[in-house]
Ligand binder design. Structure first.
Ligand code: HEC
Ligand code: HEC
Length: 394
């Protein structure tokens, strides 16, 4: 396994570092053991903070922390939920007592008759219900290859599909960070899928050991291996081919379009169209970011405006009242707010170098009020079947 190789490699480089420290130690008369332990501790804490950063910009919590259960019932509960919904900070929906403890279900619609559910797992180091008994290398392998400690395969939903391109170093950093979290006991309902889940073809697993640190290469790495930009800002075109960066469009329900709904807090059952909180059912399309690229109608938008869209959630176009437009939380800007200046710049470098291709140009948000079935039909291109209603709890 490439990841255990990496551990060996880093052990041998640690030995080299040890030899260097020994030289210094002899000069200063210090003890080798103490200096070695210090160097190792510093490297470990550096790995954890690198992992914390990657986890933040990778928005792991968006799926691995369940929404807060509503404690208020009746009218008071409704009012509290309305107020929460009016708050643009979507992360307030997340349960502070279940950070990274999983349990968020995703309904997989294979056909109108065939559905399954995959549930985000508990990735805290709880031994009974999480990954407490896994080594860092085992967690890193699961992140990068989708193979669990017990040898079974994960069902990779976006952005997990990107992580096979991650550098070993980053998978190890993320794993080290997860191991450092407080354990949360939270048993996860097993996934139920109407098909077997196979392994990734080895050709899809990148042999990259260390991540590019700067420039365009860094931006390309982040957007293709860690942060899900390209997976959201794309759609499937004829033949199921992915048209990258050209945004969402009707008829491509799996990527590029987001079903918003009022059925939050989600508790343990995602109500289909309600993956994101909203006061009514709506379909939101991710915009065509190639418009910012070469030859695109928005190629003149300056770096600073794009950076502030990514990090602060403030779009450059004005709303109907001439105010700066606040982007929907679906864009995950609450998480990207912590992206470093250098990384944000590198990501915008990638957008600026795209070649413009035309995408969907209709309204970016289509609102259906309380009509779940209409929203469903718009999203999937057909009215919900009885099996759809059962699967989505409607
Ligand atoms: C879109 C939602 C989503 C995001 C974002 C996400 N995950 Fe996951 N993750 C899942 C789901 C769902 C599963 C379970 C898949 C299955 O059971 O087959 C999972 C499984 C895992 C597992 C396997 C745990 C086990 O017990 O097998 C690890 C480790 C993991 N995720 C880490 C991460 C990390 C690290 C990030 C951020 C860099 C992340 N995930 C981001 C949804 C997500
Ligand atoms: C979970 C899906 C998702 C992910 C991941 C995501 N976006 Fe978005 N993005 C959206 C949606 C949806 C919108 C539209 C929001 C709105 O109009 O309110 C958007 C809006 C934007 C905008 C504003 C465009 C405009 O015309 O106003 C930019 C720029 C952008 N995204 C860049 C990025 C970058 C760069 C990344 C990765 C760092 C990224 N997005 C990741 C879904 C996503």
């Amino acid at each position: 396994m490439t990841i255990s190789n990496l551990e060996h490699r880093s052990k041998s480089s640690r030995t080299r570092l040890g030899a260097l420290v020994l030289g210094l130690g002899l000069l200063s008369g210090g003890t080798l053991a103490a200096t070695n332990a210090n160097a190792e501790q510093a490297a470990a804490s550096q790995r954890i903070s690198r992992g914390a950063y990657l986890s933040r910009i990778g928005a792991c919590e968006a799926c691995h922390t369940p929404p807060k259960p509503s404690t208020l019932g009746g009218a008071a509960g409704d009012l509290a939920n309305q107020q929460l919904r009016a708050n643009p900070d979507w992360t307030r929906y997340l349960d502070p007592n279940k950070k990274f403890a999983g349990g968020v279900p995703f309904i997989i619609r294979v056909t109108s008759e065939l559905h399954g559910t995959v549930v985000s797992r508990n990735i805290t180091p709880d031994v009974a219900t999480g990954i407490g008994s896994w080594s860092v290398a085992e967690i890193a392998t699961a992140i990068k290859t989708g193979v669990r400690k017990d040898g079974t395969n994960l069902f990779l939903i976006p952005p997990h599909t990107l992580y096979s391109k991650m550098a070993d170093e980053d998978a190890v950093a993320l794993a080290s960070y997860l191991k450092s979290l407080p354990p949360v006991n939270n048993a996860i309902t097993p996934r139920s899928l109407p098909f077997p889940v196979g392994p990734l073809p080895p050709s899809e697993i990148s042999p990259l050991k260390v991540a590019p640190e700067r420039g365009l290469a860094r931006g390309e790495y982040l957007t293709s291996a860690v942060v899900g930009c390209v997976e959201c800002h794309s759609s499937h075109v004829s033949g199921g081919k992915l048209s990258e960066w050209t945004g969402g469009m009707p008829g491509s329900p799996l990527v590029g379009q987001f079903r918003l709904g009022p059925d939050l807090p989600l508790l343990q059952t995602e109500r289909g169209l309600a993956a994101w909180p909203y006061p009514g059912y709506a379909i939101l399309f991710a915009p065509n970011l190639s418009e910012l690229g070469r030859g695109g109608p928005e190629s003149g938008v300056p770096y600073s405006s794009i950076e502030s869209a990514i990090r602060d959630g403030i779009g450059w176009s004005l709303d109907d009242n001439g105010r700066p437009r606040l982007l929907a939380h679906t864009m995950l800007w609450q998480f990207y707010g912590d992206m470093s200046n250098r990384d944000t710049h590198a990501v915008v470098d990638v957008l600026k170098r795209l070649t413009y291709r035309k995408g969907y140009t209709g309204p970016n948000l289509v609102y259906f009020g309380t009509d779940w079935a209409k929203a469903f039909e718009f999203s999937f291109g057909e009215a919900p079947s009885a099996a759809d209603r059962a699967a989505f709890g409607k």
